[in-house]
Design a binder for this molecule. Structure first.
Ligand SMILES: Nc1ncnc2c1ncn2[C@@H]1O[C@H](COP(=O)(O)OP(=O)(O)OP(=O)(O)O)[C@@H](O)[C@H]1O
Ligand SMILES: [Mg+2]
Length: 271
């Protein structure tokens, strides 16, 4: 089934092609009063590329995501999506350009069914506007698309259950379905495996691995085996600063990263 047409309020991408990166962040910085949450972070995410963002608590990872998604205006720097400068473009409009995302703190409607949560996401009805197309078609079309997306993340059998009845791992799968239902052109995943058991993490890992390679992914993750195992490149941040960007092997071998993750044993890595 083909996805419904994107909202026409946003003109189609210009100059789009294999050579245009999905995302370019250039010199991004964010200050909160005296706190420099993010300082001079630049990154490029190529078409179909998967990049991990790691770093200890308070490193600035979520703030970086929020500047990319549009929730937070950068103090410095620029964000380009699909070849256009979106630094001044609000979240909902960036979502309609193709940004699908999940949140570090889940914002599911717990008393609603799984299917209804996806339907709401498909209509762009959730805070944070994670969905960018508004259905031009019928209610049936939204339902069919929502069911198809639940099937693709392995949650179809849970469609009629309330979110409150789901395990933590299933809720994370649902959040990915809600990010996927709009057929995103880039996915931002903020700690999708946080708080999951080893078995749940394995399921989630498989789910992310099996997402279409055409969707570039930026993945924040404390779990090193996930962050390094699922991505082509990894960026490590600490205290808002860039530490290193490289292949998973390069990052694993980096002295500062080893100190952060092995020397100091970040607590979430062991959970
Ligand atoms: N709205 C805000 N107001 C003030 N300070 C903030 C705000 N948001 C984040 N910060 C501060 O910015 C820094 C970076 O926070 P951020 O949430 O981006 O880190 P993180 O890498 O995502 O951490 P974690 O791994 O714990 O999720 C922290 O010192 C945090 O306290
Ligand atoms: Mg965070």
């Amino acid at each position: 089934m083909s996805a419904p047409a994107r909202e026409s309020a946003v003109p189609g991408p210009q100059g789009e092609g294999a050579a245009v990166p999905a995302l370019v962040a250039n010199g991004l910085g964010k200050s909160y009063g005296g706190v420099r949450a993010v300082d001079d972070i630049s990154l490029t995410l190529g078409a179909g590329e998967r990049m991990g963002v790691i770093g200890p608590n308070g490193a600035g990872k979520t703030t970086l995501f929020k500047m990319i998604a549009g929730d937070v205006a950068p103090t410095d720097g620029r964000v380009e999506l699909f070849g256009r400068d979106v630094t001044a473009v609000p979240t909902a409009r960036r979502a309609r350009l193709g940004v699908g995302r999940t949140f570090q703190v889940s914002n599911l409607f717990r008393e609603m069914t799984v299917l209804d949560n996806v339907r709401v996401a498909a209509r762009g009805g959730t805070a944070g506007a994670r969905v960018f197309w508004r259905p031009q078609g019928s209610r049936d079309q939204v339902t069919a698309r929502s069911r198809e997306t639940l099937e693709s993340v392995g949650l179809a059998y849970r469609s009629d259950d309330t979110v409150a009845a789901l395990s933590h791992g299933e809720q994370r799968q649902l959040e990915i379905a809600m990010a996927l239902v709009g057929d995103p052109r880039i996915l931002l995943l903020d700690e999708p495996a946080a708080g999951l058991s080893a078995a749940e993490r394995a399921t989630l890992r498989e789910l992310i691995e099996q997402l279409p390679r055409t969707i570039p992914i930026l993945l924040i993750e404390h779990d090193m085996s996930l962050a390094l195992g699922l991505t082509d490149r990894v960026m490590c941040m600490e205290n808002g600063h860039h530490v290193v960007t490289g292949t998973p092997a390069e990052v694993r071998a980096n002295e500062t990263v080893r100190e952060i993750y092995l020397g100091r044993r970040d607590r979430k890595e062991e959970s």
